[in-house]
Design a protein around this ligand. Structure first.
Ligand code: DQA
Length: 160
């Protein structure tokens, strides 16, 4: 199963940016966490989970990567659009256009922060939302996609 993990602006600054909010682990640690989660889920669900991780600070690059997921026959998207969550209709439209099953992740609980973070445009095109669980939210989102759309040996429908 091909899954694309997309991270938006300033997530490359993890470990440096506002550690009281985002923690002290850096972006390579998040990538490693996601790769390990994919390996573990592959074994757990007897389903080869192949993950690509992409980060950009540019809205257009994120839009193009989401479009590419359609042409690459990607089967699931895990997305943390970061600040573009709250502003980008372009990312929402790209997710709708690609129509690849998507799960939204945020490290922090955007519902408990400033008022302007409460709206998530990208989230409107996502099936599930894992908000405020730190790195763990990425594993939860990956597991959701594997259980819902993976074609491993296990019959997932009964598990949900
Ligand atoms: C974030 C929350 C956003 O509001 C913020 O702009 C980010 C990170 C999160 O993961 O908690 O950059 O998406």
């Amino acid at each position: 199963m091909k899954i694309l993990i997309i991270n938006g602006p300033n997530l490359n600054m993890l470990g440096i940016r506002e550690p009281a909010l985002y923690g002290r682990q850096d972006y390579p640690a998040l990538e490693e966490y996601c790769r390990t989660a994919c390996r573990e889920l592959s074994a757990q669900y007897s389903c080869e989970v192949e993950c690509e991780i992409f980060q950009s600070n540019y809205e257009g690059a994120l839009v193009e990567k989401i479009q590419q997921a359609y042409f690459d026959h990607t089967e699931g998207i895990v997305i943390n659009p970061a600040a573009y969550t709250h502003t980008s209709v372009a990312i929402l439209d790209a997710l709708k256009a690609a129509a690849v099953p998507a799960a939204e992740v945020h490290l922090t609980d955007i519902r408990e922060r400033e008022e302007f973070r409460r709206i998530s445009y990208a989230g409107m095109a996502c099936e599930q939302h894992f908000i405020g669980y730190g790195f763990e939210g990425y594993r939860m989102a990956l597991e959701y996609l594997v259980r819902a759309y993976g074609k491993g040996e296990v019959q997932y429908d009964n598990c949900l």
